[in-house]
Design a protein around this ligand. Structure first.
Ligand SMILES: O=C(O)CCC(=O)C(=O)O
Length: 283
């Protein structure tokens, strides 16, 4: 599709979560209604696991089929009602053969599901004295890359831990993406260390916008999310970021910055691919 405009208004909803799925989804619904009324964004993003508590023991219980499950239907209706794109954070998805995935759904203004990204890199880490988490105890990994087209702008989708894998972001850049959106829920160990660093790194390496949307921090939850949903521009500057509480961030994205930085720092045409692809590669 040809580019309709270089400016796109985004709204990031950093939402409070709870153990009550209906409350979580209705909170998203009311925040979407509110931001549409006040700011008329073109694209709205939600957090990772926004309809359920984030924890391996909860994924199956809260899982739904896509697109006929309760959460999907709510997002589809809202996208259609308000003529917006919704990158619907993630929900635990009940897939084929009873497998559960951590899945991002993307809804077009028609109400149609235009993409579904299943987290490709499962969050399995063990930081001594910090955090141990093993998504693979209950989740299966997705195997497909996901890009969408919004008004002529190509956008890649990743989920949280996916951001640590620079190959995935590079692949999206090589496919022509101008932005990567990661619904995410970093924690109080890796958040302060790596949250901003990873976003600015992916933006800088690939000269595109990086957008993350986190749940709000709840210190009484079993998994305490870091918050600080963020938009980083292709110069690797933070355009806007949230604090740690429930918050809506609205920003106008200027996609002309992508071309600007790519022209002025043309690393993608300066790569010595002739030298990198050697026998040493992969060692
Ligand atoms: O990579 C990290 O430190 C956090 C990742 C995470 O929380 C997730 O994948 O859900």
């Amino acid at each position: 599709m040809s580019k309709v405009s270089n400016i796109m208004r985004l709204a990031l909803l950093q939402l409070k979560g709870s153990k009550d799925k209906t409350v979580n989804v209705q909170n998203a619904v009311s925040k979407i209604e509110a931001v549409v009324k006040e700011h008329q964004p073109r694209l709205i993003t939600l957090p990772e696991c926004f309809n359920a508590p984030y924890g391996t023991k909860y994924f199956r219980e809260y899982s739904e089929t896509i697109p006929d499950g309760y959460t999907s239907q709510q997002l589809s209706n809202l996208a259609k009602k308000h003529q917006v794109y919704i990158v619907g954070g993630t929900i635990p998805e009940l897939g084929e053969n009873d497998a559960i995935y951590n899945t991002c759904t993307v809804w077009a203004p028609s109400g149609d599901l235009i993409a579904k990204h299943r987290k490709m890199h499962l969050f399995d880490i063990d930081v001594k004295g910090g955090i141990r988490f093993k998504e693979s105890e209950t989740l299966s990994a997705g195997n497909d890359f996901t890009t969408i087209d919004v008004d002529g702008h190509k956008i890649g989708i990743g989920i949280c831990y996916d951001i640590r894998f620079e190959e995935m972001a590079r692949l999206y850049r090589n496919e022509g993406c101008e932005m990567i959106i990661y619904p995410a829920a970093f924690n109080m160990t890796t958040g302060p260390l790596h949250w901003e660093l990873l976003q600015r790194s992916r933006a800088n390496d690939n000269q595109l916008f990086v957008v993350t949307t986190s749940p709000a921090r709840d210190s009484s939850a079993e998994y305490v999310a870091y918050g600080h949903s963020m938009i980083v521009d292709p110069w690797a500057k933070i355009q806007k970021s949230a604090g740690d509480g429930e918050e809506t961030v609205v920003a106008d994205i200027d996609f002309s910055l992508v071309e600007q930085v790519r022209q002025q720092i043309p690393v993608f045409s300066q790569r010595r691919l002739d030298l990198y692809a050697t026998a040493r590669h992969g060692q």
